[in-house]
Ligand binder design. Structure first.
Ligand SMILES: Nc1ncnc2c1ncn2[C@@H]1O[C@H](COP(=O)(O)OP(=O)(O)OP(=O)(O)O)[C@@H](O)[C@H]1O
Ligand SMILES: [Mg+2]
Length: 768
């Protein structure tokens, strides 16, 4: 179809004519002229305006809908527009309409009965629905609306259009909307989709106000992404990556709730790894010793707290607290040890703790706080004489204290009766308390928490403390106060507390739990037991869709709550990450066996198991024909160039960088050479040098490749790179054009030809 206005002649006329009227008319239509397409091609089932469009309308809707039921449509990852037209009915018109509809239905039903036929259930249902509707409308609870729903599928060619349109129709069908492509009405269809407020197709259906409200499509919010965040997971519905930075929220704490085996620890290990890479320090209190693989992979420290271990925390250690603070935490420690303290017990402890410190010269005076602290034994010796007292009010509580202290001075817990010996210098540490005697697990956990917390307070850098499955111990009795203080204050020291628990009910109902909840900006709700679902829904104000999501959620699926935002996500690790964090015994055994031979690589197909598909460069001579075919199908290409020995060789590469293939290959060959000696070799495609690595003696070396033989371009590049290279302790250029070496060695420092690279790299690692 041609355009209404733009005739070349007319335009010219308007430009030259001085007739004011014509000019104004022209000006009025200028916008139309500027924004109109040059052609519109209309066919039976599509319309082309540069792109092809196909308008699909909804001709039938489900009987009952949930809020947000259109979300599935909105979140399709396809090129389309969606328009909903809603227009209200007058109440009187509606009632008349429904009454006449009822009459019609009754007649139909009557006729069927008279003929002795079976009345279909659908007809009865329809009749019932209409009666119900009439009732609520007469009562004023509901109003009636006409609704029409149109989708405009778009693509640059007809094949793609068919594909997009089919996917849209499939999704519509899946939510029980019946789609139809209105033949010979594409122009009207397009007008109905454009934001003009004109429904030219008029494919309507009447619907109640509740159903209209349920059509609001944006029921599922997506998070605003933080520039500095880490990948937490992917939106369940549209796979958009959810990247958040917990440290940017109102507090950096995270709470993970879910049934056993739902993937709580797995999700957190993933977060830990990713935060660690961002420079965050990690500490884990690990009662099951299940973080060991992760810690080992990142060369962290596993600190075992057990009778036969070297690492100890002395409860009397001041831990850089003030005297009053220390006394408060000591009393909390004894609550942990003795259970709830009676008033006389408290009084005795209060006094004897003071005396114990006094004996060592430690008092309220800050100058004395660095003196050697007492041990549990010293306190024991202070309390012991009191058991001999004549007064019941003294000897009874003193006996109770002494009896419990005995196991810490002479019994299974006596390893705590030593001075603190613990090294927290590593950036990733787990405290393994699996082998600590059961009776002392609570007190140890408490001590660890106190110690780690006080140490972490000292720096302002970002750090995370994970407490996995420790809720029951930590929330017990008055000790909960301690965890509360921690949760509330840790934000000030840039410390994020991650608490993982399956005692969902306890967190939801206990006072400590509620306080933790209000001080935790991020919550990860994994699959929940049906028994706690109602409480969860109420506590987190979940809607029906979210409730159902939690109910049917499978491993790795979670509802992420960050501040007030709710997003259903799936948590997925890369194959390399998975290997490090899975605890499934079968997988771990398989990995151990594989690791004996080679680096474990979870393969996605049999062909891929043979070689590393993810490598962007392969030597052709290393590959089988099948592998070459498989690589070719993935966009790899064959390139012949000289290797580092100076011989011509065929490579199969996929070069997605801006550099030439020669440069790309040489860069990778150099990295391969470096990796023979050190894992520290890195490749850069940015302004950084092409390859960097750390030598045996800790020197940082940079290598820049100039593979092109074009002299001028290489020289310009080298001049530009030189200042960056000079920031490294050692650097050299590798050139494809030997003339550069000959003429410019002095100007650019070391300039090597490719053959000189292997011996040069070896020289950094020669044993001395
Ligand atoms: N998102 C996921 N993707 C793949 N595998 C997963 C995922 N989440 C969990 N798994 C698998 O399930 C196993 C058990 O998960 P995890 O140890 O995290 O459970 P948990 O909720 O911490 O259970 P528990 O309460 O018993 O500690 C993991 O070792 C892993 O193999
Ligand atoms: Mg776990």
């Amino acid at each position: 179809m041609g355009l209404p206005f733009i005739g070349g002649g007319k335009k010219k006329e308007a430009n030259v004519k001085t007739d004011v009227e014509t000019y104004t008319e022209y000006e009025d239509r200028l916008i139309e002229y500027l924004t109109s397409p040059s052609t519109i091609d209309i066919h039976k089932a599509d319309i082309q305006i540069t792109k092809y469009h196909q308008v699909i309308c909804a001709i039938n809707y489900p009987r009952v809908v949930d809020p947000g039921w259109l979300t599935r449509l909105i979140q399709m990852n396809l090129d389309f527009d969606l328009s909903i037209h809603i227009s209200p009915y007058k109440k009187t018109t509606t009632i008349k309409l429904l009454e006449s509809e009822l009459k019609k239905q009754k007649t139909d039903l009557y006729a069927l009965e008279m003929e002795g036929k079976i009345v279909p259930q659908s007809l009865l249902q329809q009749h019932q629905d209409t009666m119900d509707l009439l009732q609520v409308i007469q009562a004023g609870y509901e109003k009636m609306f006409d609704i029409s729903l149109y989708l405009d599928a778009k693509a640059y060619n007809k094949d793609d259009l068919d594909r997009v349109s089919k996917q849209i129709r499939d999704t519509m069908n899946s939510i029980m909307i019946i789609p139809k492509v209105p033949a010979y009405q594409m122009y009207q269809g397009l007008q109905s989709v454009l934001p003009l407020g004109a429904d030219k197709l008029e494919v309507t259906q009447n619907i109640t106000s509740t159903a209209v409200a349920a059509c609001f499509p944006f029921a599922i919010t997506s998070l605003e992404q933080h520039a500095t965040g880490i990948l937490i997971g992917f939106n369940e519905y549209n796979s958009i990556p959810i990247i958040i930075d917990p440290f940017e929220l109102s507090n950096p704490n995270i709470l993970v709730l879910g049934t056993s085996g739902g993937g709580k620890s797995y999700s957190i290990k993933l977060i830990l790894m990713r935060e660690f890479m961002e420079g965050v320090s990690i500490n884990v209190i690990d009662p099951q010793a299940e973080y060991a693989d992760l810690i080992k992979t990142f060369r962290g420290d596993i600190i075992r707290i057990a009778p036969d271990s070297d690492s100890v925390i002395n409860p009397f250690d001041m831990m850089d607290q003030t005297y009053d603070e220390k006394k408060l935490s000591l009393l909390a420690f004894f609550r942990c040890l003795l259970g709830e303290l009676t008033e006389p017990q408290r009084a005795i402890l209060d006094e004897t703790i003071d005396r114990t410190y006094e004996e060592k010269g430690i008092s309220k005076d800050p100058k004395t706080w660095s003196r050697e602290p007492p041990l549990l034994e010293d306190l024991y010796n202070e309390v012991l004489p009191l058991t001999k007292s004549q007064k019941e009010i003294i000897y009874v509580p003193a006996m109770a204290i002494v009896n419990r202290l005995k196991s810490y001075v002479f019994g299974p817990m006596r390893f705590l009766n030593q001075h603190t010996k613990i090294d927290l210098s590593n950036r990733m540490i787990s405290f393994d308390i699996k082998d600590a005697p059961d009776i002392g697990k609570g007190t140890i956990m408490f001590l660890l928490l106190e110690y780690v917390y006080t140490q972490m307070k000292k720096s302002k850098t970002r750090k995370i403390l994970v407490i996995d499955e420790a809720w029951t111990v930590l929330s017990a009795g008055e000790q909960a106060e301690y965890i509360l203080r921690l949760v509330k204050t840790c934000r000030k020291f840039n410390l994020g507390l991650i608490m993982i628990t399956q005692d969902v009910e306890d967190v939801l109902v206990s006072r400590a739990g509620r306080a933790v909840l209000t001080n935790t900006a991020t919550k990860l709700l994994l699959k929940q037991d049906t028994s706690v679902l109602d409480q969860i829904v109420e506590r987190f104000h979940l809607n029906e869709a979210e409730r159902r999501f939690l109910q049917i959620s499978t491993m790795g699926r979670a509802l992420l709550i960050a501040e007030t935002m709710h997003v259903p996500i799936y948590i997925s690790a890369s194959p390399d990450e998975h290997v490090i964090i899975t605890t499934r015994p079968d997988e771990q055994i398989a990995m151990e066996q594989l690791q004996k031979h080679e680096v474990y690589r979870p393969a996605s197909s049999d062909v891929e198991r043979e070689f590393d598909m993810t490598k962007p460069i392969h030597r052709k001579s290393d590959l089988t024909d099948d592998q070459i075919t498989s690589l070719n199908q993935r966009g790899f290409e064959e390139v012949r160039t000289r290797n580092l020995e100076g011989n011509s060789e065929l490579f199969i590469i996929r070069n997605e960088t801006d550099s030439t293939d020669e440069h790309f290959i040489m860069q990778h060959l150099i990295l391969e050479e470096v990796r023979k000696y050190t894992e520290s070799g890195l490749l850069h495609h940015t302004r950084l040098p092409d390859v960097t690595f750390e030598t045996q003696t800790g020197k940082m070396v940079a290598i820049e490749v100039e593979a092109d033989v074009g002299m001028k371009k290489s020289l310009d590049n080298m001049a530009e790179k030189l200042p960056i290279m000079q920031k490294y302790e050692d650097y050299f250029f590798v050139v494809g054009n030997p003339a550069l070496k000959r003429d410019y060695s002095s100007k650019f420092g070391d300039v090597l030809t490719r053959e000189e690279v292997p011996p040069r790299i070896a020289s950094y690692f020669r044993l001395r």
